[in-house]
Design a protein around this ligand. Sequence first.
Ligand code: GLN
Length: 472
Amino acid sequence: MKLSQLTIEEAKNGLKKKIFSCQELVKDCLNEIKKRNKEINAFITINEKAIDEAREVDKKISQGENLNELTGIPLAIKDNILVEGLRCTAGSKILENYIAPYDATVIKKLKKAGAIFIGKTNMDEFAMGSSGENSAFGLTRNPYDLNRVPGGSSSGSAAAVAANFCLGSLGSDTGGSIRQPSAFCGLVGLKPSYGAVSRYGLIALASSLDQIGPITKTVKDCQIIFEVIKGKDEMDSTSINIENKELKIEIKNLKIGIPKQYFIKGLDEEIKNKIKEILKKLEDQGAIIQEISLAMTDYALACYYIIMSSEASANLARYDGIRYSKIKNEKVKNVEELYFENRTKGFGIEVKRRIILGTYSLSAGYYEAYYLKAMKVRNLIKKDFSEAFKKVDLIITPTTPTPAFKIGEKLDPISMYLSDIFTAPVNLAGLPAISLPIGFTKSKLPIGCQIIGKYKEEDKIFELSKIIEELK
Ligand code: GLN
């Protein structure tokens, strides 16, 4: 077995017991990158200093220094999270030359915990997309099947872990961008409760929905990273503390809700059957499986795409392409023309589509009809979940309606947007949710299952996830 195939937990152990060195571990990951990244295209930037950092770690280990939670663990970071001194593009030409001047709070915390950053991962431009095809730096391929997408927008973060380029990664999730690629790549991905992880240093897509979270091979690894990055941060006023409740759950009499609106026509048969199998096994162990209703589900996607676009149009107004792009516009006559040209050339088609949609729904005369209405629907969606959580402890759903689709298969935006149907409602409600692998289709594509928990109850999600992980 190669070192790059280890889980974080295993690698921590190996480093501690000096079975291998950090340099060997990092070299192994870099070798995999050298071998396969050309075809997978998981990275926008490779951290050239990773191996030097590994050498430093080895020195510390040999001097008998205590190991921190992530000492010497090679991780990859989505390219919308700032790492001081490294380029940060958000997958866009408009930021092609942007070097991050400071560390995001999550990066500060990971550094303190001893992690090594192997590189910055490819992504749909400004995190808009569900396939990884919207990057200005070329599409990313699914390591399980190179003709298929890895999911998005954290496309590179998922592909990099699945291809053993690193042991874990960070993604961001506004409507499913951690969970959906995790499902497509056979990984565990957590979208924390809104506020659980600081957004300071994350390039904003939609500020009321965005959360940073881990993508890993196992539930335990996901928990290790979450524990390191979570917590209140004075640089993000929406951040909160989540106490470690060590919620030990008893599977006997655990109430699991199954929303009937999530098991509808269009849901892939193999995914449906796999979920049913899992539910049956949980029931056999004493869990109470209960059908619930999330009546507003039908409106969730429309609501999500209005709110997300509105917030995105405001957040993206700051990009002028003057300092951080490579775009050359010598013939323009004034600043307005310069902005126009830069934004025309600097943004991709999907980004422009959303800026236009967002400015439209925020404009005088349409604000009430779209944005305000969507905000009302958002409240009803929240209410749906809080009603459901009066009856059940956790909710299980498929993560995605289909397994990884083919590159180029979803050309019209609507069919692409539909792939967020099971994940976006969770962001609107601000709840925590995980996607974890539960098996494969006949054609060997990974299948993911989503567990949604009450606000701030990540611990319970982890506990049930570990039980399901064991079932396989
Ligand atoms: N696929 C969704 C979108 O395109 C989600 C994006 C995200 O979570 N960043 O908006």
